[in-house]
Ligand binder design. Structure first.
Ligand code: HEM
Ligand SMILES: N[C@@H](CC(=O)c1ccccc1NC=O)C(=O)O
Length: 275
């Protein structure tokens, strides 16, 4: 092998990007073949690729919060926000799939469902929607289950942000700082108070204030993705139950009530009412 930097080992575009594997990974199931199944597969695969990058960036953002590197963390979050915008826009491609077209291959999906997306669940965990019950979905896939179990035990980006606020001297209650991070997050009035203080004097707390707004942007973007999923699903399968065994659109509608950063929303109501 050459060590001369001017004549590096040859490598092609396809080698570097692993295109042999990537482009050989679309396996439509319908018999006879159905034209629109490739769209469905690629829409999911591209989403999973972006989820992979979101996880990479969010983990890093969380670890940078833990190291008090706020500016570097915000840079990561800025990238995540653009990926989320792309993921949300991408629904318009799938929305070209009509109910008749989807019906030509839906039965071949059998019991598979987005419920079983490990990376999606990992993003939810990382943002703070911890739910140990979700692990059961992966009982038949030990690798996936172990990865998620590990993510469940790691602190979320919100857990780490609250710890950072504690280090900055804000009165974050010990129950929030020392909580079992594998369990669902429980909101605290004292944290609403902390945010109230921060939002009452932005110039004094600028970097923290900006971070709070970045977190709200993240949640907002996440909800837009959920909403577009719901509306796309509605136009394709209407009120039919999902292949994953849920009520379908009704189930997806309820997910819109979930919040990752509850106190950041409660404080808004207080400010708006002059409290
Ligand atoms: C024709 C297109 C689609 C339909 C009809 C559809 C339908 C559904 C339904 C009904 C559910 C609820 C679970 C169930 O009972 O199956 C669900 C969940 C889910 N879908 Fe889709 N979906 C579609 C496309 C997509 C795409 C492109 C993605 C991108 C990765 C995706 C990701 C997910 C995820 C992550 C969940 C779990 C959501 C949660 O637990 O809150 N879906 N989908
Ligand atoms: N839950 C969908 C099926 C579905 O969308 C799906 C099936 C296999 C792999 C990914 C899927 N996407 C999201 O749920 C349905 O009920 O039609």
């Amino acid at each position: 092998m050459s060590t001369d930097p001017h004549s590096p080992t040859p490598m092609s575009y396809a080698d570097y990007l692993g295109l042999d594997t990537l482009l050989a990974s679309q396996h439509p199931r319908a018999v006879p073949p159905q034209h629109d199944e490739l769209l469905f597969i690629i829409q999911h695969q591209t989403s999973e690729l972006w989820f992979k990058l979101v996880l990479h960036e969010l983990r890093s953002a969380r670890d940078l919060f833990a190291a008090d590197e706020l500016q570097a963390s915000l840079k990561r979050l800025a990238r995540v926000k653009h990926i989320q915008a792309t993921l949300t826009q991408q629904w318009s491609v799938l929305a070209t799939l009509t109910p008749s077209e989807y019906a030509t291959f839906r039965t071949f999906l059998a019991t598979s469902s987005g419920f079983q997306s490990v990376q999606y669940r990992a993003v939810e965990f990382l943002l703070g929607n911890k739910n140990p019950d979700m692990l059961r979905v992966f009982d038949a896939e030990p690798g996936a289950r172990d990865l998620l179990a590990e993510m469940l035990r790691e602190p979320s980006i919100y857990d780490v942000f609250l710890q950072l606020l504690g280090r900055r001297g804000f009165a974050v209650p010990p129950e929030a700082l020392e909580r079992d991070v594998a369990t669902p997050y429980v909101p605290h009035d004292a944290i609403v108070e902390v945010f109230h203080e921060i939002y009452s004097d932005p110039p004094r707390y600028w970097d923290i204030y900006e971070t709070c707004e970045e977190l709200v942007d993240l949640e907002d973007n996440f909800q837009l993705w959920r909403f577009r999923h719901l509306k796309t699903v509605e136009r394709i399968i209407g009120g039919a139950p999902g292949t994953g065994g849920s009520s379908g659109v009704e189930f997806l509608r309820r997910a819109l009530d979930q919040t990752f950063f509850p106190e950041l929303y409660t404080v808004r109501g207080q400010i708006a009412q002059g409290q």
